[in-house]
Ligand binder design. Structure first.
Ligand code: ZN
Length: 186
């Protein structure tokens, strides 16, 4: 996909002889400038050039509570694709990828990530660190963990049992355990 070229406030957009100034623009000395951050858009009917304003992409911040899916599972780290951030409308994220280290799964020693989470699972997690190398999550608190478990045999979402951590698959009968949230979100 081509990257959309964004116009910045005060950036030259066109000359008036070519097209008339539209929304979110201003004219100066026969030239049209952008008045906002946005995508230059031509209105063919009115023959104007406007700037469709866009909200800048948001970055994840430490302390954010997120919902995401495990897309890759390695021995000691999992890659999570974030789908939403709780409590605000920052849905357009600048970076949707985050990592979950094995040390952030549960309090205490965990031998294998795949004993507690699986690819395709949907997690509720908290952002604990954002640095140049990436965004890191934790589920090592009672209110975080797997909220939707994906059957490792047939990839269907499974049903949570009464014990609160065992899931069963209606399709293939598989029984699997996960690190689930055991406390309600505050
Ligand atoms: Zn299954």
């Amino acid at each position: 996909m081509d990257k959309i070229k964004l116009a910045l406030p005060g950036e030259f957009a066109a000359i008036v002889e070519e097209i008339a100034p539209g929304e979110n623009t201003f004219e100066e000395n026969g030239e049209i400038y952008s008045a906002t951050i946005g995508v230059p858009t031509i209105n063919k009917e009115k023959r104007t050039l406007g700037i469709k304003s866009v909200k800048p992409l948001a970055a994840l911040r430490r302390g954010d509570i997120v919902i995401g899916e495990i897309v890759e599972l390695f021995e000691s780290i999992a890659q999570v694709e974030i789908s939403s951030v709780e409590g605000n409308k920052r849905t357009a994220l600048a970076n949707k990828h985050a990592f979950l280290r094995i040390s952030e799964l549960e309090k205490g020693f965990v031998e294998q990530l795949r004993d507690h989470i699986k690819t395709g699972d949907v997690l509720r997690a908290k952002v604990i660190e954002v640095n140049d190398l990436g965004t890191y999550l934790t589920i090592a608190f009672p209110e975080y963990g797997v909220i939707k478990a994906c059957c490792s045999r047939c990839r269907n979402y499974m049903e949570l049992q009464r014990d609160g951590y065992t899931f069963t698959c209606k399709e293939c009968g598989s029984k699997e355990q996960r690190k689930t949230p055991t406390a309600n979100p505050e």
